[in-house]
Design a protein around this ligand. Sequence first.
Ligand code: G6P
Length: 367
Amino acid sequence: AAIEKGNYRHFMQKEIFEQPTVVAQTLRSYVRQLERTVALPQIDFDITSINRVTIVACGTSFYAGMVAKYWFEMFARVPVDIDVASEFRYRDPVLEPGGLALFISQSGETADTLAALRHCKEAGQTIAVVVNVPTSSMAREADLLLPTHAGPEIGVASTKAFTCQLAVLAALAAHFAVKKGRLSKDEERAIVDHLLEAPACLNAALDHDDDIAQMAHLIAPARDVLYLGRGPDYPLAMEGALKLKEISYIHAEGYASGEMKHGPIALIDDHVPVVVLAPSGPLFEKTVSNMQEVRARGGKIVLISDAEGIAEAGEGCMATIEMPKVHPLIAPLVYAVPVQLLAYHVACAKGTDVDQPRNLAKSVTVE
Ligand code: G6P
């Protein structure tokens, strides 16, 4: 059956709003709700013998991989190498026995990622894939298939596939950690509980759609926009910038908050909006101090944080977007929503073709 937009103006908008449902649907395959444990599909290799993870992907899927790197290292203490597929293949990467190569792709067909997969297979790596199309080439060639259950994604700019990828990757990192004896039963339960909170928190984030629509006119005239984040929210800053570039054609850069003073700060004036992703938590104070550096130079800030963070640092910002207070583990999933909605509403304000942006393809099957 043809996929319809229903009451939505665009597929992208519909897909953004589907996230609570499809993330819940995806999580159902990766956690046991009653036992509160992670549960992966049958794995027929010894996961404890994996001594290194190599993550390869493109575009939005690459940013999901960057978040996963934080989780694999934090929970499972396994070293992670990550690269975009087009670079990975040609740099003669060191692939030693005992390595797991993990490919992330909505379509499962992206030419560069598929070529990197085949390269890793030849080099004797165990191949795992996180894909949204279970019949795709990548799915067929994998030793371990980890499907996302986002349903068909029509909008060219990826949204719901991304948050579902994050859900799977968090479960995979936790599973690794359990197998390596690095998580107690209680810690595993806590992780599962946080993951299961994600759908409700995504809904709470979506409740701010109107606020975001109303502030989009502040961003629409900009020529450049900076996005800042720290830790696992740093890849989200890059994803936010990518979304804005893709559909509104405004130049945007995602930067690690602490790295801004080594360059991009030179760009700051009152024509460059700076979107700061700062959930309250262990990294909040540091991010806020980077935000003050922007403000001191006349920068116009859009602060995305929870009520607590906004109370502490919201004064003097051009705008604030309130998120529910969430555990740091699920912040990358929840904070995906405001950056998607911001890009979406800015694009609508500019009147671009949201679902079919110029020069872009949903699935890139050429190298
Ligand atoms: C294209 C799409 C992006 C997507 C990227 C990777 O560039 O426009 O939205 O993130 O490909 O696609 P994949 O299917 O491998 O996740």
